[in-house]
Design a protein around this ligand. Structure first.
Ligand code: HEC
Length: 235
């Protein structure tokens, strides 16, 4: 699932980077200055495509976001994303050593709930899985004062069959029924939701826990949606 265009990687970045960047802007930095007009003739096809998609009126990257920065700041990559994007642009895979390093960096970000991993309320998890609200960079950045950010699972996964899901990630239909709910399976799933790079270096799945999009309680709710026998995912 790693070989995506860098545009896809940047779109994933938009979702997954959000909170990490909060507060990173230099104090007093001019957040409204327009970028210098690039020389199209000197741009690579890749750079030109990204410019046209992200900067030439499709998105207003100068708009403020609720983290106190601008849409542009959400596209700044951290170390892991830089490694992954560079490899993707070269059209290659990362080597085993790099993959392992990313897995380790990711594992260090995971924080577990006191008292262990428990399942929450599958109905709340369902609402979260359905909702793609929050941290979007578009014509109008989402106003988190009007609604809590969702988990966006259906954008990439098929889960319950009462609605259509995306196919960027594997189908998760029947998740708990097929895999059981051993402590190992619960931990694996918590880790994947918290930071998928623990197992899948460079996966285009947002790091929902590590980047503060979902709380531990919300992850427990999403997990209930995956594991609870009463959840539509397992019907
Ligand atoms: C932007 C797309 C995207 C979103 C949003 C997303 N995922 Fe994923 N997910 C992926 C991709 C891609 C993979 C596969 C990674 C790989 O194999 O490299 C994956 C893998 C997984 C896996 C491991 C698959 C397995 O068979 O063990 C689980 C579990 C999972 N996602 C759950 C979720 C849940 C729950 C949500 C919502 C909280 C979610 N994902 C949101 C893209 C996404």
């Amino acid at each position: 699932m790693f070989k995506k265009t860098s545009i896809a990687a940047v779109i994933a970045a938009t979702t997954s980077m959000a909170l990490v960047l909060g507060g990173c802007a230099a104090p007093g930095a001019d957040k409204t200055a327009a970028p210098a007009k690039p020389d199209y003739g000197k741009m690579s096809p890749q750079a030109l495509a990204e410019h046209l998609v992200f900067e030439s009126g499709s998105y207003d990257l100068q708009q403020p976001t609720q983290e106190g920065t601008t849409g542009r700041h959400r596209l700044v990559q951290d170390e892991t994303m830089k490694i992954c994007s560079e490899a993707a642009m070269k059209g290659g895979q990362i080597d085993a050593k790099t993959s392992e390093r990313i897995n380790k960096l990711a594992a260090a970000t995971v924080k577990y709930p006191e008292g262990g991993i428990k399942l929450g309320d599958w109905k709340k998890g369902r609402d979260l899985a359905w909702s793609g609200f929050g941290f979007r960079t578009a014509h109008n950045p989402d106003d988190h004062g009007k609604g809590a950010p969702g988990a966006n699972c259906y954008n990439c996964h098929q889960l319950a069959t009462d609605r259509t899901g995306g196919s960027l990630g594997p189908s998760l239909t029947g998740y708990g029924k097929l895999r059981g709910n051993s402590p190992e399976m619960l931990k694996y799933t918590y880790d994947v939701i918290y930071n998928p790079h623990v197992y899948f270096a460079c996966a285009n799945m947002p790091r929902l826990g590590a980047n503060g999009v979902l709380t531990q309680q919300q992850i427990a709710d999403v997990m209930a949606y995956l594991f609870d026998p009463a959840s539509p995912v397992n019907k």
